[in-house]
Write a protein that binds this ligand. Structure first.
Ligand SMILES: Cc1ncc(C[n+]2csc(CCOP(=O)(O)OP(=O)(O)O)c2C)c(N)n1
Ligand SMILES: [Mg+2]
Length: 893
């Protein structure tokens, strides 16, 4: 035991020194365990005596693992260094040559240069592609480090020279590698899209949690596989990283989760915390939430200096320097470090007095020292009962000569000839000057010791990584037939119900299905009661890894709050981001676990696409499947709640996601047809798509499904109610509950104005548009051939539907406007553009001009303009039907 460091901090305090000596004695004689007990007892005593106990979440600014506890490195250090150098070269060369060839094409060299050791130790010793018959680990890579991941795969022989040389040239005859991890673009390679900062760590936490869910529900065998997430230190500023999910990981005791934060102290523009220390901030945040924190700050060269630091001044100096200084130490040289770091105190200066400047400069950061990194990983692997974060201090742009640790390092993409040859020499790449200057790739022969070592290590660890199972469907999966949804197709027999209630009953029945029932994963962010899902809670229980440790107060009631270890519902609490991360883990399980679970994430539609849109985009990239259920949908159907809650636009945002099929059904049977077909297409046919389906809370009688409408429901439109006995003068398109307004308008028009209208249910403008665009494209590319007809055109033609069309929905006018290219001037759209208001449905629909009266007057107005109706009568209809023509435009109100 060494009491001296404390002496440095408390030089004149005899009493404190005596206490420390006594404490040291206890530890010497009875061991560290007794030391902990003593401190705990003292803390308790202090609390009892009203003495303030300072809360310190930071430990000294040194490595968490003392040298005495380190184990020796198991690999061939020299060989691994050599391999790492080869990867460094190829990663850098790949980016450099591309930018030389195609200026501005981009790519990053400095992130990987800081991360190389952290990844290589993992690749050589920790990342299992599979454990015997068990599946392997999941690794979330820092997106900007992808050149390093590619360079390794190139050396392993997994990627061809051509692919690498076409890095960021994906659209060439021989397509190259994608910029970042994108399963959409490289489906057999990347599993997890991470490059939108913050999403990787969030998804990793929920992935680790979902792994436990699958185990506890008996859907996979318990596994020792780990989830590794590599995160930038700058990235930790994203709320998704240090948000509430950190406590979830600790609460759920996720010892299958390891975060590695690459603390290179820099982000894009400059230092992450120039005036402070990012490691200390993160240590406090993670320790405060109950994570196991392992700091890897100093390389082995420092061990000897720390051992000789009898004055404690070296640790003091380490503590007091801020990150801006640490960055400068690595941007400058040994003389600078001697002067500015060691030179501050005579004691520290003396420690390196007989060292050369070079020796000082080569004192390494912990995250670049394989010995230190190996020990941290090993300890993380062995840790039980909770997640681990490794805070590894590195250097941004390590080895890039004059670009190392500069503020502009992140944007470095090209190097000068001198820098290239220097890099080549430093990392001992056996290529001549001219090849180095060109940034030529270099792969040693297949039988070289380097390649053989790499291959042997990966063989030992079960194969290559990253790797994604790109098989489409899951063999043997059979979607439930429409018959399974019988109850939903039969209508409500006159009872007024909402499409949300109908959906909940459907879900309940689906979960009873002997085949797919257990695969359903309902996900809810604290809105189960809003959606009337209490019965499901009782039926299948809420997933709780610890079971239910209390007797719920409502246990005597039929629908009590049931939590269970094998509960099926993921009740996420108030976190749409966390819920979407669960959705992502579940929606990609068909590939990651080969278990085709079917998630239904049901939430307030307003808090989906606009709140967690980026997560949804990444979900699509990851080829996620499943159902997003937009609850309390519609700007006027959700009454009372007002501007922040009433959603009239999420379907528009949803239309921007290429694999998302958006539906706005009016009746429960429509929802059933869409869900059944969705399950078949996604899981049986293996289509890469997911669904966004609106569900509303307005009650009305649900009709029985008419015959022969299935195709129309799925494609997006069918005639629901024809004009009685006569040919229609107008066509009224309605979606969701606004279909009822169209039906009322049909009646008004016929009864009061002798105008006949057909009513159509449009379940998806977006699907209709997509199909039409695809047809248009074909027509455009084949001018000499007979043009094909989009579905929307052929449906109307077949029905001989002529005359104006008035389309109304509870969403923005831009939704039906999507069909304007094919419906031309026939189309009048009514929608809910503008901010919502708190009021009841009647007033809201009048305000947004989508009520029956507005639809009817729009039809008359349009007929009048076409010369098919008397304009004066049309004008009068507005006052007769109380449609105020003087009020302001709701779009701007
Ligand atoms: C959500 C999001 N915002 C901004 C960016 C742009 N961006 C790319 S890298 C980067 C800096 C990353 O710094 P850090 O996380 O410290 O990683 P490093 O490269 O230093 O390892 C930024 C801001 C992004 N990719 N995603
Ligand atoms: Mg950084």
């Amino acid at each position: 035991m060494n009491a001296k460091p404390a002496a440095a901090l408390e030089p004149d305090h005899e009493e404190i020194l005596e206490w420390i000596e006594a404490f040291d004695e206890v530890i010497d004689q009875e061991g560290p365990g007794q030391g902990t007990r003593l401190l705990e007892a003292l803390t308790r005593r202090a609390h009892q005596s009203g003495v303030d106990v300072p809360v310190h979440l930071n430990t000294p600014y040194v490595n968490t693992i003392p040298v005495s506890e380190e184990v020796p490195y198991p690999g061939d250090r020299a060989m691994e260094r050599r391999i790492k150098s080869l990867i460094r070269w190829n990663a850098m060369a790949m980016v450099h040559r591309q930018n030389k060839k195609d200026p501005g094409i981009g790519g990053h060299i400095s992130t990987y240069s800081s991360l190389a050791t952290l990844l290589e130790v993992g690749y050589n010793h920790f990342f299992y592609a599979n454990h015997g018959d068990e599946p392997g680990d999941f690794v979330y890579f820092q997106g900007h480090a992808s050149p390093g991941v590619y360079a390794r795969a190139f050396l392993e022989g997994r990627l061809t020279q051509e692919q690498v040389e076409n890095y960021r040239h994906e659209l060439r005859d021989k397509p190259g590698l994608s910029s970042y991890p994108h399963p959409w673009l490289m489906p057999s390679f990347w599993r997890f899209p991470t490059v939108s900062m913050g999403l990787g760590p969030l998804n990793a936490i929920y992935q680790a949690r979902f792994m436990r869910y699958l185990e506890n529900r008996g859907l996979i065998k318990p596994t020792s596989r780990k989830v590794w997430a590599f995160i930038g230190d700058g990235e930790t500023d994203e709320p998704e990283v240090l948000g509430s999910q950190l406590t979830l990981a600790a609460r759920e005791k996720l010892d299958n989760l390891i975060f590695v934060v690459n603390c290179n102290l820099q982000r894009l523009d400059g230092p992450v915390r120039g005036n402070g220390k990012i490691v200390n901030e993160l240590e406090a945040a993670f320790r405060g939430t109950g994570w196991n924190v392992i700091k890897v700050l100093w390389g082995s060269g420092w061990d000897e200096l720390l051992a000789r630091d009898h004055s404690g001044m070296l640790i003091k100096r380490m503590e007091e320097c801020v990150d801006g200084e640490y960055q400068a130490f690595k941007a400058k040289d040994g003389a600078y470090v001697r002067k500015e770091f060691f030179g501050k105190y005579p004691e520290t200066a003396a420690l390196v007095a007989d060292w050369t400047d070079d020796e000082i400069f080569h004192l390494q950061r912990g995250g670049l020292d394989p010995q230190k990194v190996y020990n941290a990983y090993k300890r993380a692997m062995d840790h039980k009962g909770g997640p681990t974060v490794i805070l590894a201090k590195t250097i941004k742009g390590y080895g890039l000569g004059s670009a190392q640790a500069r503020n502009a390092t992140h944007q470095e993409k090209k190097m000068t000839d001198e820098a290239l040859t220097a890099f080549r020499s430093r990392f001992e790449i056996p290529i001549p000057d001219n090849a180095a200057k060109e940034g030529s790739l270099y792969r040693p022969p297949e039988d070289s010791p380097e390649i053989q070592y790499m291959l042997e290590r990966r063989k030992e660890l079960g194969g290559f990584m990253p790797k994604r199972d790109a098989r489409k469907g899951v063999r043997g999966f059979e979607a439930p037939s429409l018959e399974t949804f019988k109850e939903s197709l039969e209508g409500s027999k006159g009872r007024a119900v909402s499409t949300t209630m109908g959906f909940v009953s459907m879900l309940r029945n689906l979960m009873k299905d002997p085949k797919v029932g257990k695969l359903v994963v309902p996900i809810i962010p604290d809105e189960a009661r809003t959606f009337g899902m209490e019965s499901i809670i009782r039926q299948v229980g809420i997933y709780a890894s610890q079971g239910q440790l209390y007797k719920p107060h409502d246990v005597d009631m039929l629908l009590y709050y049931r939590e269970a270890k094998d509960g099926q519902i993921l009740e996420e609490g108030i976190t749409e981001a966390g819920s979407m991360a669960s959705m992502t883990a579940a929606g990609t399980a068909y590939s990651n676990y080969r278990v085709p679970v079917i998630p239904f994430f049901t939430y307030y539609s307003m808090f989906g696409f606009q709140r967690v849109g980026d997560l949804i985009w990444a979900f699509a990239d990851a080829r996620g499947k499943g159902f997003l259920m937009g609850g309390t949908a519609g700007r006027t159907t959700l009454l009372g709640e007002g501007l922040q809650h009433q959603d009239g636009h999420s379907t528009l945002v949803a239309s921007t996601v290429p694999t998302c099929a958006t539906y706005d059904p009016a009746f429960v049977y429509e929802t059933a047809v869409i869900v059944q077909d969705g399950i078949r297409r996604m899981y049986q046919e293996g289509e890469d798509r997911f669904y966004y389906i609106m569900i509303y809370n307005e009650d009305y009688p649900m009709p029985e499904m008419p015959k022969g409408v299935e195709e129309g429901i799925i494609k997006g439109i069918y005639k629901y109610k024809a004009a009685e006995g006569k040919k229609a003068d107008v066509h009224l398109f309605g979606s969701g509950p606004i279909l009822n307004e169209a039906l009322k308008a049909q009646q008004i028009l016929s009864e009061k104005y002798g105008v006949q209208g057909d009513v159509w249910s449009v379940t998806s403008y977006n699907e209709l548009r997509r199909e039409a665009l695809a047809i248009e494209r074909w027509n455009r590319l084949h001018p000499a051939e007979k043009p094909k007809q989009p579905y929307i055109v052929s449906v109307l033609e077949k029905a001989k539907a002529e005359g104006p069309i008035v389309a109304a929905s509870d969403y923005m006018k831009a939704i039906p406007d999507q069909l304007a290219p094919w419906l031309g001037t026939r189309l009048t759209t009514l929608g809910t553009d503008g901010f919502g208001r708190s009021d009841n449905r009647q007033h809201l629909r009048r305000h947004f001009e989508i009520n029956a009266e507005s639809i009817a007057t729009s039809a008359l107005s349009r007929l009048a303009r076409d010369g098919k109706f008397d304009p004066q009568k049309a004008q009068k209809a507005f006052s007769d039907l109380e449609v105020n023509i003087e009020k302001g435009d709701p779009a701007r109100a």
